[in-house]
Design a protein around this ligand. Structure first.
Ligand SMILES: NC(=O)c1ccc[n+]([C@@H]2O[C@H](COP(=O)([O-])OP(=O)(O)OC[C@H]3O[C@@H](n4cnc5c(N)ncnc54)[C@H](OP(=O)(O)O)[C@@H]3O)[C@@H](O)[C@H]2O)c1
Length: 264
């Protein structure tokens, strides 16, 4: 490829790109001709998969709850990217009363502080060029008072919607992606037992990434992929939040594996 055509290709930076929804974004963006900057805690895994995705793929190994690692990725965002996808995330198998506070702080930092820092690092050059944008991965749970996880995702939705309004006049689009149950490593990594979730509620990570990119390109501040998730969000909006909080507290998921000290 000539230098000129390489320069013309837009660059996308995706966090959490070694697995699940982030990996699906990376595959799709590579097919669309983007140059990729892939970020994950697990740099080794990315270095194995990156060459098969695109000849122009930069890998950054960074633990995005560690300040110095986040600063390195912020720096790369400041250099200029056309699309930032904040996808890295994780959950806990137990409620916050049974989870060590450091683990809660790490999750909160990854889902909120890191998303904030990378978004604010990426936006100025997008605004200057009047092009590009950000997709922040929230969750359907962000509409429901269910846990510290849902609280962090509510923050992502709220922040992204306000950023969308502020950046739209500069032709920069910010979208909060709100997936529901998606087949990835997420639940196994957290040790969550999902066996009771009916099959029709599950979506495929590639379908989620495809819907998100379509909605981002049409300037939507909110992307809820799948009719099932749209129905869940609509129902949530019609139901008083105290009713939802009580129902979710009663139906709290049991961990697949228990840790010493966790209540059963
Ligand atoms: N799957 C679902 O049902 C679902 C539903 C709603 C929302 N979401 C959201 O979707 C996003 C992607 O999740 P997923 O389902 O694709 O899960 P996944 O398959 O577990 O992928 C998550 C990725 O994030 C990376 N990551 C985790 N902690 C990190 C850290 N501290 N620094 C850098 N990277 C880190 C993981 O790296 P390691 O492999 O090194 O851990 C992994 O590559 C998350 O924000 C999640 O909250 C998922």
């Amino acid at each position: 490829m000539s230098d000129a055509s390489s320069q013309a290709r837009p660059t996308a930076l995706v966090t959490g790109a070694a697995a699940g929804i982030g990996a699906a974004f990376a595959r799709r963006l590579a097919r669309e001709g983007y140059r990729l900057v892939l970020v994950d805690r697990n740099g080794g895994r990315l270095r194995e998969t990156a060459p098969s995705l695109s000849a122009e793929c930069e890998v950054i190994a960074a633990d995005l709850v560690v300040d110095a690692d986040v600063a390195r990725v912020e720096e790369r965002c400041r250099e200029g990217v056309e699309l930032l996808v904040n996808c890295a995330g994780f959950g806990h198998p137990t409620g916050f009363l049974a989870t060590p506070v450091q683990a809660e702080v790490a999750m909160s930092r990854l889902h909120t502080e890191t998303v904030l820092r990378l978004t604010l690092a990426a936006l100025p050059s997008m605004i200057e060029r009047r092009r590009g944008g950000v997709i922040n991965i929230a969750s359907v749970l962000g509409f429901f008072p269910s846990s510290t996880y849902s609280a962090t995702k509510a923050w992502v939705i709220n922040f992204s919607q306000s950023a969308a309004v502020k950046t739209r006049p500069h032709r920069v689009a910010v979208t909060a992606l709100c997936p529901g149950f998606t087949r990835t490593e997420f639940h196994d990594s957290a040790g969550m037992n999902m066996s009771k979730i009916p099959g029709f509620l599950w979506l495929d990570a590639d379908a989620v990434a495809r819907a998100a990119l379509r909605d981002w390109r049409s300037g939507k501040a909110l992307s809820v992929p799948g009719w099932q998730n749209k129905a869940i969000v609509a129902l949530g909006r019609l139901t008083p939040s105290w009713v939802i909080a009580r129902l979710l507290a009663r139906s709290g998921r049991r961990p697949l594996v228990s840790r010493a000290g966790d209540p059963q």
